[in-house]
Write a protein that binds this ligand. Structure first.
Ligand SMILES: [Zn+2]
Length: 278
């Protein structure tokens, strides 16, 4: 009798676990959220038909000013393990790259890039929620075996922008500073409109982040070799917050206040991007 109940319990448990694992790697801890601060789980906003999810009708009223609530998809770069299998670097391309690289680690702290990108991305999520955006998280823990292409495909379901959060590394430990990556003007995988928007997003985000943090501004790097950019149908930027190979910047990026400044700076840049659109 007890065995029968136990078996039933485990079947229900298995179904629940499978259901949770169906989309993305995002986990919501609703008990922690107030009614004002809301995180959007990938599951909740996903249209059954796979249609692009718009939020244009959803307006916010603040001090009598009504503005559109925009969607920001946030990808904390990497996860605890790399994925060595290859995938195409862009739609229709025969060139391939590993699905997910292992990422950098701090020269002084030894902390992995995937942990740093998650810590900052969670602060970024809260910052965007405070500003009335809808934040969609690709991952909220370090167990997210999704490739760069797969992460882009999740973001493409939203009518918003896509921020991919990373940290840099170089053999020369004196190199420091922030930069962003955008598609080149001749990118064959993306529309001209999306190339222009992604370049503008990259510039706004970098300039605002460098201003807020005081980090050296290393400029926007335009490249056609990033899988994480080439598969995107919505404006995208890869944010390289700083160099984990630089001892001072490695330590700085582990500082809670500095992480808040990064989040605030990135959000300021996104505010500007959307203000220019209006
Ligand atoms: Zn990275």
């Amino acid at each position: 009798m007890i065995t029968k109940y136990l078996r039933g319990f485990f079947i229900v448990l298995t179904i629940c676990i499978l259901a949770i694992g169906l989309f993305g790697c995002s986990r919501n801890e609703s008990s922690k959220q107030s009614s004002e601060i809301k995180t959007t789980d990938i599951n909740k906003d996903k249209n059954e038909n796979g249609d692009i999810i718009k939020n244009d009708g959803d307006k916010l009223s603040e001090n009598g000013i009504t503005r559109v609530k925009h969607i920001v998809v946030i990808d904390a770069g990497h996860q605890q393990y790399p994925i060595d299998e290859h995938e195409s670097i862009g739609p229709g391309s025969s060139e391939t790259k590993p699905k997910l690289s292992s990422g950098a680690s701090g020269i002084t702290t030894g902390i992995n890039e995937y942990q740093l990108t998650l810590d900052v991305s969670l602060k970024l999520r809260d910052e965007f929620n405070r500003r009335g955006y809808e934040a969609v998280m690709i991952r909220e823990n370090n167990d997210c075996p999704l490739s760069n292409k797969e992460r882009a495909e999740i973001a493409n379901k939203y009518d918003g922008i896509f921020l991919r959060i990373h940290a840099n590394s170089d053999q020369n430990s004196s190199i420091r500073g922030a930069l962003t990556l955008a598609p080149r003007a001749d990118n064959q995988f993306m529309s001209n409109e999306n190339i222009n928007d992604s370049q503008r997003l990259s510039k706004n985000v970098l300039d605002s982040m460098a201003l807020e943090t005081g980090a050296k501004n290393r400029g926007v790097i335009n490249t056609n070799s990033m899988t994480g950019i080439n598969w995107c149908k919505i404006p995208v930027t890869i944010v390289e917050m700083g160099f984990m190979s630089n001892p001072e910047e490695d330590l700085l990026m582990q500082n809670n206040e500095y992480q808040q400044k990064i989040a605030k700076g990135i959000a300021n840049g996104v505010d500007k991007f959307f203000d220019e659109n209006n």
